[in-house]
Design a protein around this ligand. Structure first.
Ligand code: C5P
Length: 234
């Protein structure tokens, strides 16, 4: 198994991010760049991390008309990221277009296509908020509906909460990669993640990748925290 730890670089400054990358690159599998860091540091942060050979997960959660998503995915593919995200609620055509754009752009430049990951229901949403927005108030049902749509569109991976892994494993093709945030080791102080599993539990349930932010970057010694998590895995 590859190293499944993806460190979320949820920091605003390029220097802080690169310092973390320098410490952690030998002991983790990839780095996730979200909207805060990308908006403040720009594509340069992706290039700098790729330049040292580390893998990048560009988490910008594209959700737009297919033509616009195609261009965003193509630009991310040209930056040589290994993973990126789109919202599954953008619909079948948008997801198909995203996957095709990743494949075509990679082919043109002789690279591997990035894994286009579908985001289903944000874990911050509660049941009444889903119905407020016109969706199925049963969160599990809404997640399964969108996950099936992602599989139908040809996406090869999904982001899901730790507590959705088991149900999605039963529903989806075995090859579907599941990427899971909401990972806690038990050593952290309370924060806003409510539905969590330990790294080992998430892998045992069927996750392929673990997105871990604060338990690593906010630890006193981020490298030791990452090494400890790695050692806890099967
Ligand atoms: O610090 P923490 O480990 O909670 O970081 C988790 C990362 O995963 C953050 O970047 C957060 O935005 C992201 N994420 C999440 N829950 C989701 C989707 C993404 O926590 N459902």
């Amino acid at each position: 198994m590859q190293n499944p730890i993806i460190v979320a670089l949820d920091v605003p400054e390029i220097e802080t991010a690169l310092q973390l990358v320098g410490q952690l690159a030998p002991v983790v599998g990839a780095f996730k760049i979200g909207s805060e860091l990308f908006t403040s540091a720009g594509p340069e942060i992706v290039r700098r991390i790729r330049a040292i050979g580390a893998a990048v997960f560009l988490d910008l959660k594209f959700h737009d008309i297919p033509n616009t998503v195609v261009k965003g995915v193509a630009a991310a593919t040209r930056l040589e990221v290994q993973m990126l995200t789109v919202h599954t609620s953008g619909g079948l055509k948008m997801m198909q277009a995203a996957e095709e754009s990743a494949q075509q752009t990679a082919l043109q430049s002789g690279r591997n296509a990035p894994l286009v990951l579908g985001v289903t229901v944000l874990t911050s949403l509660e049941s009444h908020e889903l119905s407020e927005a016109g969706m199925d108030e049963k969160i599990g049902r809404q997640v399964e509906r969108l996950a099936s749509l992602a599989a139908k569109a040809g996406l090869r991976g999904l982001v899901c909460s730790p507590l959705e892994i088991t149900a999605l494993r039963q529903l989806l093709p075995v090859k579907m990669q599941l990427v899971t945030p909401g990972i806690r080791t038990g050593a952290e102080k309370g924060d806003d993640q409510k539905r969590t599993l330990s790294p080992r539990e998430a892998i045992d349930a069927g996750a392929n990748w673990l997105v871990i932010g604060r338990p690593i970057y906010a630890a006193e010694n981020p490298r030791a925290a990452a090494e400890e998590i790695l050692a806890s895995l099967p």
